[in-house]
Design a protein around this ligand. Sequence first.
Ligand code: A3D
Length: 324
Amino acid sequence: MEFKRPKIALIGGGQIGGVLAQLAAQRNLGDVVMFDIVENLPQGKTLDIAEASRIDRFDVSLSGANDYKDIEGAGVVIVTAGVPRKPGMSRDDLLGTNSKIIKGVAENIKKYAPDAYVIVISNPLDAMVTLMREVTGFPAGRVFGQAGVLDSSRFASFIAWELGVSVKDVNALVLGGHGDTMVPLVRYANVAGVPVMEMLERKYKDPAKAKEVMDAIVARTADAGGEVVRLLKTGSAFYSPASAAIQMAEAVIKDEKRILPVCARLDGEFGVNGYYVGVPAVIGGKGVEKIVELSLNETEQAMFDKSVNSVKTLVDDMKRLGLL
Ligand code: A3D
């Protein structure tokens, strides 16, 4: 038998696509083919990254493509095709433009990489994952979205910065749709096992002040994408979304069984039927292998329901516009 490196196809060679290619190579995850509709762009980016192979010590190959045929044999496909938002836009404003793009991308993935695991990053995330699944017809566990890993990392970072502790010791989880209604779960957030609220109350010696600080962290988490957009002005975050998606791809390729918050299809879990939303799940060699359920109190459940409803509204909009 002949051993072969895994093949990773990146659909979209823009800001996130470029960082994805570089991280996949630096981690020796597999051979990378980057597809984009812009002629020479993916060829140029991948050549640039490949020429650092001696410095970054990787043997995987990188190539660019303007023909979908080149993604044949891909085991993992990461999709960033589409447009990012600009200041003043919400993710939902991208629905019309990106739906049309994702539909075409999905048809080609179905044709050329019918066995692939598909990780979607394009916004509005939950709606685009839904569309990808619908058009490819792949099993639900093979199509999922990146949002929760990044949103949770943002939440964890803000907690670590506030408490002056290593972010490596912070566990923080964000549930729900990838939009303004996302649900950072304060009650489950902890630092090396100690509840975050206890840490904050000890720091400020005032429960009201601790709550005020946490409310600000929660609000900043929900607005974190917008904060970066307002600073960049020309596009949205791209380093951190790429890191997040690579963690997910690595969990699949190495069958790690990581528990990661991802946009996954729910079939009764969390009381939701037939919709894609952000929840913790076991990610391994079979993609989304299991949804990890956890109990929510009344307030958390109400926030989660609101977030799920905003995803449902977007999916309904796609149906109304004939996009789904
Ligand atoms: P950008 O740098 O514009 O790259 C998008 C690329 O897609 C460009 O190179 C385009 O040429 C390409 N493209 C356009 N149409 C097609 C097509 N039909 N087929 C193939 N490629 C095409 O954007 P970006 O990389 O900054 O962001 C990409 C997407 O990710 C956007 O929709 C963002 O909103 C989204 N995003 C998601 C997150 C999440 O955490 C979910 C975070 C940040 C950005």
